[in-house]
Design a protein around this ligand. Structure first.
Ligand SMILES: NC(=O)c1ccc[n+]([C@@H]2O[C@H](COP(=O)([O-])OP(=O)(O)OC[C@H]3O[C@@H](n4cnc5c(N)ncnc54)[C@H](O)[C@@H]3O)[C@@H](O)[C@H]2O)c1
Length: 204
């Protein structure tokens, strides 16, 4: 079985007419063989790299992937946050999680870290792009440097990491890439007085 085939869920839709047991079910209702969903999220044998895994959402995703059996590598600008998440993701029977310091805006560093993680784990089957920054004030007030910083991390950084990891995935014929983004990336929102108050309250 090829790597590509292995990644496909083994779900088979069963029409009620095919099964005696479900003869009572309305013809329009589909059923699935018992146990179909049990292995759907089984990631044992898979290796996952979570970039920005030291953060809130990235950290939660890292825990979820570990719970489903994936071997974990966390890379983050904040080395100690990456190390803390990696340590807390150690699961029985799985190799020790890897923690790497990474600045996604540095293409050479990205290439080195991806190569290192790839070599240590044997492959990167799952990539989560969760590194990101926000500058929480009206865009009308952004300085050129702040705008450039956002583009460097949230756009160029995602590209460098994805390109670097995708090369190995293409060569192996298998890979899953998930990139996180915030809704306002696609649609402007009004920065209201209520939001200012909420932000101020959450900081105090
Ligand atoms: N918080 C939300 O409400 C929300 C909702 C939807 C999507 N998102 C998106 O999900 C992603 C993660 O959000 P979060 O809430 O976990 O943010 P977070 O700030 O908790 O985590 C982001 C992580 O990215 C890391 N990082 C920043 N710059 C980096 C760089 N140059 N190189 C490597 N790592 C870097 C940070 O150290 C941090 O650990 C972001 O892209 C965010 O826009 C957030």
């Amino acid at each position: 079985m090829s790597e590509g085939e292995r990644g496909k869920p083994k779900l088979r839709l069963v029409r009620p007419s095919e099964t005696r047991e479900r003869a009572d079910v309305l013809p329009s209702v589909a059923t699935y063989p018992s146990g179909s969903f049990a292995g759907l999220f089984d990631l044992s044998g898979r290796n996952a790299l979570i970039v920005g895994g030291g953060g809130g959402i990235g950290g939660a995703i890292t825990h979820a992937l570990a719970d489903y059996g994936a071997r974990i590598a966390v890379a983050d600008l904040d080395r100690s946050a990456a190390a803390a998440i990696a340590t807390s993701c150690q699961r029985n029977g799985l190799p020790e999680p890897i923690a790497e310091e990474l600045d996604v805006t540095e293409p050479r560093m990205v290439a080195n870290v991806v190569a290192q993680v790839d070599a240590e784990m044997g492959s990167i089957d799952i990539l989560i792009n969760s590194a990101g920054i926000q500058i929480r004030r009206p865009v009308i007030d952004y300085t050129p440097e702040e705008f450039k910083q956002i583009i460097d991390v949230n756009l160029a950084g995602v590209f460098f990491v994805t390109q670097s990891v995708a090369r190995g995935m293409l060569a192996r014929g298998f890979g899953r890439i998930v990139t996180l983004a915030l809704f306002p990336a696609c649609s402007a929102i009004r920065f209201t007085r209520r939001m200012r108050r909420q932000r101020a309250a959450s900081r105090s």
